[in-house]
Design a protein around this ligand. Structure first.
Ligand SMILES: NC(=O)c1ccc[n+]([C@@H]2O[C@H](COP(=O)([O-])OP(=O)(O)OC[C@H]3O[C@@H](n4cnc5c(N)ncnc54)[C@H](O)[C@@H]3O)[C@@H](O)[C@H]2O)c1
Length: 341
């Protein structure tokens, strides 16, 4: 089948898509025939990333550089439309940092989402996919956690995501919008071209830090707590390849076309890995030893969070297909490409 013409599917506004996850989704959407407008203040990304999205997506992405919280910036982005649907990635996104900077997290993640809602209303756009997070669950009482589990976030970051979900659900009800809240578990990996990935300056997430140790840029990895009550004592998370996550967005985006109301889905693999298992996979992928030290458990770290992702599989037909080794191999490929720049 010939490639779809750029823009033949319509126009997407993707907030925060110069960043890690949004960049992968933007490329996939462009390859599927969407025109993509990115609104991003580049506070945690770069213009270079936008250029790489254009190159991989096969068309020029339009960037509106500015703050999501600013109605005039939003109006500039919507004026490039008509905008058929919005993918809302822009946010501050570090749970530990949010404990120390709660006001900034509420301003961007809640204030920005409210500003986006008002702009969608002004411009008549009714389809939205929102980047939520497993942080809304805190330490869930049931593993794997289903969507029906009450939300009980433990950090300001998780709380802002729960408020975002509520806001978009209320808008869907009041305005007959179609909204999908995707609760991502732990996205890692990179684009198979190794031209896109998670910025190495993301120093508080496990995989970027492991990569720094493997590249010899850091002496050792600190494992925070070895007495979490898990089989090897380290925290367990549900890691998902960013390309699987991007595919989930495409499926949800398609579903917004012929539905209304609000749905929330877990997006994970359903399989948890401990910090020590991730380190071992990184050793396999890099061929380097990863020296470890043990630090005190951090109060924000819950012991185990793994998704029950059966709902999105049943209702939208999506499931993750890539393994932990795939994630680490692509993370290494991206990190090596980055080091050559
Ligand atoms: N990466 C994860 O582990 C993870 C897990 C769960 C949910 N999420 C959510 O997914 C989304 C994307 O995360 P990511 O990992 O790609 O993060 P990222 O930081 O790489 O991307 C976010 C983008 O938003 C932009 N941005 C931040 N504040 C802005 C503002 N005020 N105005 C305009 N742009 C702004 C940044 O410059 C960046 O390009 C976020 O909403 C995040 O909360 C991420």
């Amino acid at each position: 089948m010939p490639d779809p013409q750029p823009g033949s599917r319509g126009t997407l506004l993707a907030t925060g898509a110069a960043g890690f996850i949004g960049s992968h989704v933007a490329v996939m959407a462009m390859q599927a025939g969407w025109r993509v407008v990115i609104l991003d203040d580049l506070s945690n990304s770069s213009r270079d990333s936008v250029d790489r999205i254009s190159a991989l997506g096969g068309a020029q992405v339009e960037l509106v550089q500015g703050d999501l919280c600013d109605a005039a910036v939003l109006d500039r982005a919507f004026a490039l439309g008509p905008i058929d649907a919005v993918l809302h990635f822009a946010a501050l996104r570090f749970p530990v940092e949010s404990v120390h900077r709660p006001a900034a997290y509420y301003r961007v993640n809640v204030g920005g989402s409210a500003a986006l809602c008002e702009a969608m209303e002004r411009h008549g756009t009714r389809r939205l996919v929102f980047s939520s997070s497993c942080s809304v669950y805190g330490q869930p009482p049931v593993i794997p956690v289903p969507e029906t589990c009450p939300r009980a976030p433990l950090t300001p970051y998780g709380a802002t995501k729960a408020v975002g979900e509520d806001l978009f659900e209320a808008a869907a009800t009041a305005l007959s919008w179609s909204v999908f809240n995707l609760r991502y578990f732990n996205p890692v990996g990179a684009h198979p071209s190794h031209e896109l990935g998670e910025a190495p300056r993301t120093i508080t997430n496990l995989v970027p830090v492991v990569m720094e140790v493997a590249m010899g840029e850091r002496d050792s990895l600190v494992v925070y707590g070895r007495e979490h009550g898990t089989p090897d004592g380290s925290c367990i998370r549900d890691y998902i390849h960013v390309m699987d996550l991007a595919e989930a967005h495409m499926v949800a985006l398609g579903a917004t076309a012929d539905s209304s109301g609000c749905r929330s889905y877990n997006v994970g693999t359903g399989r948890g890995y401990s910090v020590l298992e991730v380190v071992e996979a990184a050793r396999r992928a890099t061929g380097h030893a990863i020296p470890l030290t043990t630090g005190p458990a951090r109060p924000e770290d819950v012991a185990e969070v793994v998704a029950d992702s059966s709902l999105i599989q049943q209702e939208l037909g999506w499931r993750a297909t890539r393994s932990l080794d795939d994630m680490l191999v692509d993370s290494v490929g991206w990190r090596r490409r980055w080091a050559q720049r």
